[in-house]
Design a protein around this ligand. Sequence first.
Ligand SMILES: Nc1ncnc2c1ncn2[C@@H]1O[C@H](COP(=O)(O)OP(=O)(O)OP(=O)(O)O)[C@@H](O)[C@H]1O
Ligand SMILES: [Mg+2]
Length: 254
Amino acid sequence: MEQLKINNIRKSFGGIVALDGVDFSVKRKSITGLVGPNGSGKTTLFNSITGFIPVDEGSIKFNDIDITNLSPDKIANHGIIRSFQIPKPFSKMTVLENVLLSARDQLGENILPLLFRKKEVIKQETENHERAKEILELLDLSHLTNEYSAGLSGGQKKLLELARILMADPDIILLDEPIAGVNPTLANKIFEKIIDMRDKYDKTFLIVEHNIDIVRDYCEYIGVMNRGKIIADGDPSKVFEDEKVLNIYLGLED
Ligand SMILES: Nc1ncnc2c1ncn2[C@@H]1O[C@H](COP(=O)(O)OP(=O)(O)OP(=O)(O)O)[C@@H](O)[C@H]1O
Ligand SMILES: [Mg+2]
């Protein structure tokens, strides 16, 4: 059930304790939210999980494999991807080409398979093409398949980013504030698409989000961070009734 297990992670930057013994788990196929005030350690936790910063102490297990302090590449190969690991879309490429670019295991990129395993390469290309089209359909981008990415609206670019992450086919997708600066209609649409991605492709999501209403509406499970610790976790409706959590959000904490 538990796909990602974070056990007593500590990380300091000089004298600043950014993570002060974080314990947290993410269930397979859940939409899990991570909330908390500015500077509470959410992005640092993402950086630790994905290998961008080494942790000082503790362990991170994914599918029961210890991935603590592996390189970002290795961690991505274990099936953990965060949004910024997918490079920015190439504006002079079409939407479809951009999605195809993040497919994993592209045999055609190597000259040897091209020469000796032509059939396999063609088969894989056809499959990738089918999958890319299916993903574009899911994210309401089909009508833009052959448009240049440069011409997309801000909202369409956000959806394209999700399409490209999905094409890379990770098991868990980490999103750090995916709807920052987005209007409410689009914010809801993005979260609806996240649910669709989970349902159709069996993905797990861990999402840092400041908008509490959105978290309540779309996340099944949440963790609240404060000062480098998870201070409450569980069902959103219960967690937001927790006194410690209310104190932080109402600014009552000293
Ligand atoms: N590379 C770094 N060097 C020094 N201090 C850092 C570094 N990264 C984070 N910190 C500090 O660690 C603490 C946690 O920061 P972090 O960015 O993880 O918070 P956050 O919860 O993501 O905040 P926000 O909601 O504002 O994005 C802060 O005090 C921050 O200043
Ligand atoms: Mg942050």
